[in-house]
Design a protein around this ligand. Structure first.
Ligand SMILES: Nc1ncnc2c1ncn2[C@@H]1O[C@H](COP(=O)(O)OP(=O)(O)OP(=O)(O)O)[C@@H](O)[C@H]1O
Ligand SMILES: [Mg+2]
Length: 249
């Protein structure tokens, strides 16, 4: 079982949108996928037409086992399940802190899913918190959607700095350009600046596209309602790159 976290220190960059579209693409490829919505906003839960449970015991969830399994919802898509978020997840950091090895305390939750899923995709909230640190430690890859603009690049470099400081393997850190608008000179130049062979940026670029914003109306991934759109094809390309990078076959 591989763990892929979709993360950025910065908010509103396309983390949730990416999580949902990649999870759907992976499930379409036949992998058993669990999207863990770890953001109290519950946007991934919403996009997959699921709902948060009435109540949630976050501490108990972190222990994994049968309680965690009971929270999982199937989606309308074969092979794709979701662990819905709850507003209580605003306390995730506090709960993780109460655990013994707090930087890896999320491992019990993930371990409980082994044997059931081929891929866990974690939709992380913005910020750099104990939850993010757990995801950095436990994920096979941390994928950072990055808008091709100065502040976004700054954020990615801050994350790279954090990985270095905490001696986390930089090999697991990947980025890709999200919400790219090629009409903008800054976007074109930024993409060009990070196109070298040894760049941590994948070659896939997700364009800024109104069809992606329509996911909220459809409550479905783009490929489920606009399969032929360039945006849907861009996510398919991103998934094939991520799949190869994760050595999932
Ligand atoms: N490629 C895109 N083109 C156009 N709009 C996009 C694109 N990707 C995301 N959006 C829109 O931008 C907004 C933020 O996207 P999303 O919720 O995926 O970001 P996020 O990084 O998860 O945000 P948060 O930090 O709040 O969790 C949403 O309204 C979404 O529809
Ligand atoms: Mg989000």
């Amino acid at each position: 079982m591989k763990i892929l976290s979709i993360y950025n220190l910065k908010g509103g960059v396309g983390k949730t949108t990416t999580s949902v579209n990649l999870a759907h693409a992976a499930a379409q490829d036949g992998f058993n996928v669990l999207l863990c919505d770890l953001d109290p906003q519950a946007a991934a839960t919403f996009y997959l037409n699921a709902s948060s449970p009435d109540s949630m015991k976050t501490g108990k969830l972190l222990k994994g086992k049968s309680f965690a399994h009971k929270q999982i919802c199937q989606t309308e898509f074969i092979h794709l399940d979701v662990l819905p978020a709850h507003l209580e997840f605003r306390n995730l950091d506090r709960k993780l802190e109460e655990e013994k090895k707090s930087e890896t305390a999320l491992s019990s939750l993930f371990k409980g899913f082994r044997g059931h899923y081929d891929l866990i995709i974690a939709d992380a909230p913005a910020g750099i918190t104990l939850l993010s640190e757990n995801l950095f430690q436990l994920s096979d890859r941390v994928l950072v959607p990055t808008i091709p603009s100065t502040l976004s690049i700054n954020c990615f470099e801050q994350v790279q700095g954090f990985f270095k400081k905490e001696k986390l393997s930089k090999k697991k850190l990947r980025a890709f350009f999200s919400m790219a608008d090629r009409r903008k000179k800054l976007h074109r130049e930024t993409i060009q600046d990070f196109s070298s062979e040894d760049s941590p940026f994948l070659s896939s670029i997700i364009p800024a596209a109104s069809v992606i914003e329509q996911m909220g109306e459809h409550r479905r991934p783009v490929a489920a309602f606009a399969r032929r759109s360039p945006a849907s094809q861009a996510y398919a390309h991103l998934w094939s790159e991520v799949r190869e990078d994760l050595s999932l076959d």
